[in-house]
Ligand binder design. Structure first.
Ligand code: GLN
Length: 246
């Protein structure tokens, strides 16, 4: 019987604006190829929370989507901070990245409180940061995707970026050349794409952390067939990356 990994997909109904659910599909596929049994828990407002969580994934959303889920997210804030503190790997994209910080002040309307899993805050500006993006991450090398956000995010003391961007008007806030944030095993980023199919090293980082936390170590023994499928997926990712980095 394959070892189970429980994954929470946060607010897929309201926070999956640019197909970020592709990240969940990538994690699910790669876990199976490594010989694990992924169990997916789609969590929307007021759903019951699963008994066990090994990984949390969340996508982007317009300001209106963020307003829809903020009450419930704050209700789950302490639980999510606790899981992050235990080392549970999490990947939050754009709108949920913003709400995993201290707050998001949209251009219009009231400030949305964050749950302070990541040390950052976000201020909405008229200038939307939109476009394909390549960033340089110390941990993951080149990371490719695209961004589309009005919020400008500023990292707090002690919070490292996921990577650095070169071009002006890109990344966290268009001026300090940072993109994303990392605290322990929690990654926040503006990178839509979906991110993980194009950046399998980040997918494998999240998988390894989840398996190590639950089972003590991550030493996958994929079958020959699974190995060739992993190689095929990695070749596809390399093609997508080569195009993005032209
Ligand atoms: N509503 C937020 C913003 O515009 C997040 C957008 C998103 O998730 N793509 O900054």
């Amino acid at each position: 019987m394959a070892e189970v990994i429980d994954i929470v997909s946060l607010y897929p109904k309201d926070m999956n604006i640019y197909g970020d659910s592709g990240n969940l599909l990538t994690i699910e596929r790669r876990l199976r190829l490594y010989g694990y049994e992924p169990t997916i828990h789609h969590y929307n407002q007021d759903d019951s929370w699963p008994d066990h969580v090994d990984m949390v994934l969340g996508g982007g959303g317009q300001d209106e989507g963020q307003r829809k889920i903020i009450r419930d997210l704050c209700k789950r804030g302490e639980l999510l901070r606790g899981l992050a503190h235990q080392g549970v790997p999490m990947l939050m994209i754009c709108g949920l990245y913003q709400l995993f910080g201290e707050y998001f002040q949209p251009i219009e309307g009231d400030r949305l409180p964050g749950i302070c899993v990541l040390g950052a805050h976000t201020i909405g500006e008229k200038l939307r940061l939109i476009g394909n993006l390549v960033e340089h991450s110390q941990r993951f090398g080149s990371v490719v995707g695209y961004e589309n956000h009005s919020g400008q995010t500023f990292l707090h003391e002690g919070t490292k970026p996921l990577g650095e961007v070169d071009a002006p008007n890109t990344g966290n806030n268009g001026s300090d050349h940072t993109e994303g944030a990392m605290n322990d095993n929690v990654i926040g980023t503006y990178m839509h794409g979906s991110l993980l199919p194009k950046n399998p090293d980040i997918a494998d980082f999240l998988i390894a952390k989840a398996v190590e936390l639950r089972y003590g170590s991550f030493n996958p023994q994929p079958t020959q067939k699974a190995l060739s499928e992993l190689k095929r997926l990695d070749t596809l990712a390399q093609h997508a990356r080569a195009v993005a980095m032209r």
